[in-house]
Ligand binder design. Structure first.
Ligand SMILES: *Cc1c(COP(=O)(O)O)cnc(C)c1O
Length: 217
């Protein structure tokens, strides 16, 4: 689907939900996509991208940044503490804060460098064993801990279980955010970003609908 179709669908979903135009940020998820496809989207003027691996982003984005101004890069995949320094250099936002150890590491790097990417806390709303994120029952305490470290926590992120109704998870994430006074909600992917917007998403992460199917690796 062309980028313009996605942005049109986002504008419509904002309006249907009674939300302000431009209140939802589209993160174009470029992981595993060939450079030519990414470049085509850059040429269309889009500047906000998401990657789920630090290593892959490091190989790809410094080059694009030399060519195109104003790129904003979001890390949407798991972050190991030993990659945090590299993530600090590459990313404007990290959506996957989910462990005390990582929070402390990020706080140390923020002290040292005098800056910090915007942070979202990942919540494992489906309580899936294989998935990262803090459990819903632990979210309030984790948010308080992160705030205690002076981290710039902007919101929450979730990846609903594949086989469940996504809207239940979007509603749960929105509820946890609201009771903690957090505005940001990173939720919604190619199949369900319009639903996510109706539940208050501020950041939708859309990959295959923009770039086409990822080549299985
Ligand atoms: C790959 C990925 C996406 C994009 O998925 P699509 O279904 O291709 O839109 C969104 N969020 C995360 C965390 C991802 O890893």
């Amino acid at each position: 689907m062309p980028l313009s179709e996605i942005t049109k669908a986002i504008t419509k979903a904002e309006s249907d939900a009674g939300r302000a135009p431009g209140s939802v940020k589209l993160i174009a998820v470029s992981k595993v996509q060939p450079d030519a496809r990414v470049r085509a989207v850059l040429e269309e003027g889009h500047r906000v991208f998401g990657e789920n691996r630090v290593q892959e982003a490091a190989g790809k984005w410094p080059g694009f940044r030399e060519e195109y101004d104003g790129i904003e890069l979001h890390l949407i995949g798991p972050l190991q503490s030993n990659k945090a320094r590299q993530a600090f250099e590459l990313f404007d936002a990290i959506h996957t804060l989910d462990r005390p150890k990582l929070a402390k590491r990020i706080a140390d790097l923020a002290q040292e460098t005098g800056h910090c990417p915007d942070l979202m806390i990942q919540v494992n709303t489906g309580e899936e064993d294989q998935k990262a994120g803090v459990l819903p029952a632990d979210a309030d305490d984790f948010i308080e801990m992160a705030r205690g470290l002076d981290l710039p926590v902007r919101g929450l992120m979730c990846i609903p279980p594949v086989k469940e109704e996504a809207s239940l998870h979007f509603a749960l994430l929105a509820k946890i955010a609201a009771r903690n006074g957090l505005e940001g909600l990173s939720m919604g992917m190619s199949a369900d970003f319009e639903t996510a917007i109706s539940f208050g998403a501020t950041h939708v992460r859309v990959g295959s609908a923009i770039f086409g199917e990822r080549v299985a690796g």
